[in-house]
Every structure is written in structure tokens, then in C-alpha cells.
Design a binder for this molecule. Structure first.
Ligand code: SPV
Ligand code: MG
Length: 283
């Protein structure tokens, strides 16, 4: 389903990560207005690392299934564009076509490293990132399909001033929003950026490490979209570990009865009732 992502300098939303159709359903039923198709968690759910081990076509196929159940706009993590400007615009065309609402393009090399690992965090030149952004903008069919420029200057050890320079260049090239990322435990760099950015264009963040800040504080400082970038997947890993341990320890399934979703809950989430009605109608 295509729905516009609410991302402007006067809006504020929080998007929840999802990595398959079921996690998208859980997030939207909980009330999240937008869904983050995280590269890290799509890869993790497939037993892969966030280093472009998963191809963009694998993500496309997964997203086709997600779009079938999604009732909220999806922002797709396009990593570093899966190659050069031509690869990126090719991905943009296909991702827009299936009903996703926007992509994020980060200014790192291909293959990219996750921002939190001790891998190669080298940035591409401003010229290369701007060329890719322009190619993606020219390739999209609708201007409502958002192209978000992600800057990893602070991840690669650069300064707030350098990050601002890059973000200004990306917005001048036509990017709809910027996504600034930091791996520090405190939010000072991010707030410093925001105070100098002065709401020039919408700002997206993923406060995975500086996670103690209230969302209202981000909104007040000029953030327009907060990504809970990996929390659904990490929650499910923890829950699966606990259930496995409990069952092995107690040797009876009732020990985890309160820890798991009921069978009825699952049927209701996937609308088995509608199928029963359809069977009366069509069967
Ligand atoms: C992702 O969720 O894949 C992201 C955010 O890109 S991060 O993992 O923080 O780099
Ligand atoms: Mg990612």
C-alpha cells in the first residue's frame, strides 16, 4: 500500500523498525504511524550481517510481502545505494513501484559497514553522494516518494561542522530530508547539529545509543522523525531466548504460557476471521 510518509519541518513522528510482515503488523497495531525497513534487522532476520550480504533484490522480495500487510508508510534503508548512481536509481525505481514511501541513502562505501561496528566507515566524496542523490531524484516517479540523505560524518569521527557542510550540499542537491547519525551515548553532537541546522530541511535520527532522551525533547530541538531502528528485532531475540531457556529448564510448556502470544491472538492478527467470512462468500 502506498501512503505518504509524514516528514516535513513542521511534523514529528516516530517510526518502528520491522523486518518482515509480522513485525510490521505488530508495530502498526501498537500505533506506530510509520515503519522503518532496517538494513540491519532485515539482514539479521536472514542470519546475515549488515555488510550488504543481503542483496537489494532479496530486500525487494521481502518488502513485497511486507507491503501486502502494511497500513503505514515504509521508509527503506537503501544502505549506500547498492553501487553507484546507476544502481541506486535502479533500486529507487523498483522500490517506489512496489509501494514503499521513501528511501534513505547513506554516504558510505559499498559494501557498507553497520555504523556501530569497528568496520570501514569511510565516506564517499560529497560529489559522489550528490550525484547519486540527483540520479535517484530524477528517477522517482512521484515527488511524494522521499529520498533522504544520510550523513555518517559523526560515525566516521568527523565534526559537527563537517556534517553540516555535507547536509547542506545534500539538501541543495534536492534531498527531501537529512538523516544524521551518531554512536555516542550522549546526544550533544546531535543537539549541536540541530541548533546550527535551524530546521533548514527535515531531520531524521536513530537514537540507538543516546536512548535516554524523551521524544518531546527531540521534537523541540528540530527532529522530525525518530527511528526506533532495531527494537522490534532485538525484543524478539530476547523473548525467544527467554522462552527457550524456560522450556528447557522446566520441561513443560505451561511455564511460558504468559510469555507467548496466544494462538487466538495470532489468528486475530492475521485476520483468520475474514478468511472464514470469505469462505462463506466464495467457497
Ligand atoms: C539500520 O537500522 O539498518 C540502520 C540504523 O541503518 S543503524 O543500524 O543504526 O546504522
Ligand atoms: Mg542500515
Amino acid at each position: 500500500m502506498t501512503e505518504r510518509l509524514n516528514l516535513s519541518i513542521s511534523s514529528f513522528d516516530v517510526a518502528m523498525e520491522m523486518h518482515n510482515p509480522l513485525s510490521a503488523i505488530v508495530a502498526q497495531e501498537a500505533g506506530f504511524p510509520a515503519l522503518w525497513a532496517s538494513g540491519l534487522t532485515f539482514a539479521s532476520a536472514m542470519g546475515c550481517r549488515d555488510r550488504n550480504e543481503v542483496s537489494w533484490t532479496q530486500s525487494l522480495h521481502n518488502l513485497i510481502d511486507v507491503v501486502q500487510v502494511a497500513r503505514r508508510p515504509i521508509l527503506f534503508d537503501c544502505d549506500s545505494g547498492h553501487g553507484d548512481f546507476n544502481n541506486f536509481r535502479h533500486v529507487v525505481r523498483r522500490i517506489e513501484q512496489i509501494g514503499v514511501s521513501g528511501v534513505v541513502l547513506e554516504d558510505k562505501l559499498f559494501p557498507k559497514s553497520n555504523s556501530f561496528v569497528e568496520g570501514d566507515q569511510t565516506l564517499v566524496s560529497v560529489r559522489e553522494q550528490v550525484g547519486k542523490l540527483r540520479a535517484g531524484l530524477d528517477a522517482r516517479k512521484s515527488e511524494h516518494f522521499l529520498i533522504v540523505a544520510r550523513n555518517e560524518t559523526m560515525i566516521s569521527g568527523g565534526t559537527v561542522a563537517e556534517s553540516l557542510d555535507r547536509c547542506h550540499a545534500y539538501v541543495e542537491a534536492g534531498a527531501d530530508a537529512v538523516f544524521i547519525h551518531s554512536k555516542r551515548r550522549d546526544p550533544e553532537q546531535i543537539f549541536d547539529f540541530l541548533s546550527q541546522w535551524k530546521r533548514r530541511a527535515p531531520v531524521v535520527i536513530a537514537p540507538t545509543t543516546y536512548d535516554d532522551v524523551h521524544f518531546d525533547e527531540f521534537a523541540h530541538a528540530g527532529v522530525n522523525l525518530v527511528l526506533c531502528a532495531n527494537h522490534s528485532l532485538r525484543a524478539s531475540v530476547r523473548a525467544m531466548e527467554q522462552v527457550c531457556q524456560q522450556i528447557l529448564q522446566t520441561r513443560r510448556l505451561s511455564a511460558v504460557r504468559e510469555m507467548v502470544c496466544s494462538m487466538d491472538g495470532l489468528f486475530s492478527m492475521l485476520d483468520y476471521q475474514k478468511l472464514a467470512q470469505d469462505e462463506l462468500h466464495y467457497g
